[in-house]
Each structure stands twice: as C-alpha cells, then as structure tokens.
Design a protein around this ligand. Sequence first.
Ligand code: RIB
Ligand code: CA
Length: 312
Amino acid sequence: MTRFHFDCDPGHDDAVALLVAAKLLDLTGVSTVFGNSNITNTTRNALAILEAADLSIPVAKGIGKPLVDNAINAESVHGKSGLDGANLPPPATKPLSISGPELIINTARQEDDLKVIAVAPLTNIATAIVDAPDIRDRIREISIMGGSTTFGNATPAAEFNIHADPEAAAIVFNSGIPIRMVGLNVTTTFGITVTQVQSLLATSGKLARAIGGALDFYLNKQQSLYRREYAPVHDVCAVAPYTHPALIRHENMHVDVECTGKLTRGQTVCDQRRLSAAEGLAPPKASNAAVAVQADGKSIIDLVMNTLQSYP
Ligand code: RIB
Ligand code: CA
C-alpha cells in the first residue's frame, strides 16, 4: 500500500492540498519549509490546519532558508500570517523534535512503498537527499508542484517554488528519483471562483467555513495582483495524480533547472522537442520527469469542494 509524505509551505493552496491528501491518501507525515511565509508561520499553519481537521498526522519543522540565497516569501499573496483569512485557533500541538529533512530520511528508510508530495521550495527534499543518498533508491516518486513549461510567476521565467531555491530544485530533478511535475502552465488554467468561496462560507462545516475565509482573502489577492477571477489551487494538482489519475495528463520529458541565468534563474527547462536522439544541436537527454500538460480543471475543483465540505 503506497504511503505519502507531504512537504509544504502553507499557504492557502497548500492548506487545500493537505486537506485533500489527508482525506484521500495514507499520509505518513508532514514537513514544513519556508516559502509562502517564514518557517515559523508555515509550521504553525500546518499544525493549525491538521488540528482544525482533527487529524493526528505528525509535523516536522523544516528549513527556514534556501541552500544559497536569502529566503524570499509570498506574503503579498498569502498575507503576513501565510494563511490570512482562515482565522484558525493557534495550535496546541507541537512539531516533532526532529527536522523536516530528518523525518523524510527516517520515513524513506522505514517505508517500502513511499511517494513524496512536494508543494513548496524543495530545500527539505534536497537536504534529505544530500544527507542520506541511500533514500534515492527508497522513494518511488516525488510529485512536485513547481516550475512551468511556459511562463513563471515569481519572475517572467521562474515559478515561485523553484525560484525560491533553484539549487535545491536542481538536486531533486537530477537525483535519479522519478519526478512527476505540475507547473503553472496547467495550474493557472482554473481555480476557485467567488461563487465557490461563498458556498464554502455558507457550509455547515466549521473547517470548510474557515478555508472559505482563507480562500476569500486569497481570491481577492488574485484579483488585485493578477487580475484573475479565480484562485488557482496549484498544490492540489500534485495530489490529484494519486487520487484521480485521469484528471491530469502528463508527458515524459527531460527537465533541468537553470541556476545561473541573469534573467532565467529558477526556470525549469523542459525539453518538449520530441526529437530522436540523432537530431538537434543539443541531443535530448533521457526523460527524468512526467510533466503535466493538460488538466480537467472543473473536475479538480469539484474534488476540492466535495472534500472540503466533507470535513465536520
Ligand atoms: O507558484 C505556486 C506555488 O508557490 C504554490 O505552491 C504556492 O503555494 C506557492 O508556494
Ligand atoms: Ca505551496
């Protein structure tokens, strides 16, 4: 039976993805990392979400800065707390005494059929791989929300999770562990609308109302920052391949991470040329990733709404 480790930086769409994963998959544990907000906030938010959902899943606090640069954040989108609008009570539960990378290492060595869902900067995952190279043969697949086959959001070329720690992303994509990647080219094509936010706010379930409050804040930011009339639920697209595999189509290709480009640092360079080995100035490298190219957005949103409303 496949079990899953969940690495996140909650974060509004992380919260949605975590609640869907916890309801539909067998989660071994959660690790937090800097990203949407600082590590203190993302760890508190993860604990608060699980407590509000009455889920007893262990949480390990991960790394608070990238391997090379200084930490960035996305508080312009997620607010000062990282989960503005949720108004969840401060959690009573505490994180484990071990770090996020240590939890990943221990879990990989204990579980015989482990996959990792990574919906944040890849610092914890990369650190675990560097500290314990043996886990490369233990982790069956890493499902990453990150990157893009086209445009970025943090910069014109780079998506936030990759841009936040390009060196970590390069380690993960070149680790030899099979990668499943969903990028902005797919995750920005659909999202939660104001009607769905209002529906969540009117739900009898306390958790759904809290997440509705969070998504109300997040949607307003999408409207003001990106002039979008829906709130992309980026991270659940890294969960859906395991709960509803027919909803997202992937293509195998080589992906690497640009770490030195002045304009392109943090870009996922996806080889979509479909060349035979003999052609091309730069012959294609062997595929290392199944990359999302199309999704049934309406069905994914239905999955999100039904799951959130199934919580008490
Ligand atoms: O670019 C979108 C990604 O960055 C999502 O994971 C979101 O939560 C933020 O971390
Ligand atoms: Ca995230």
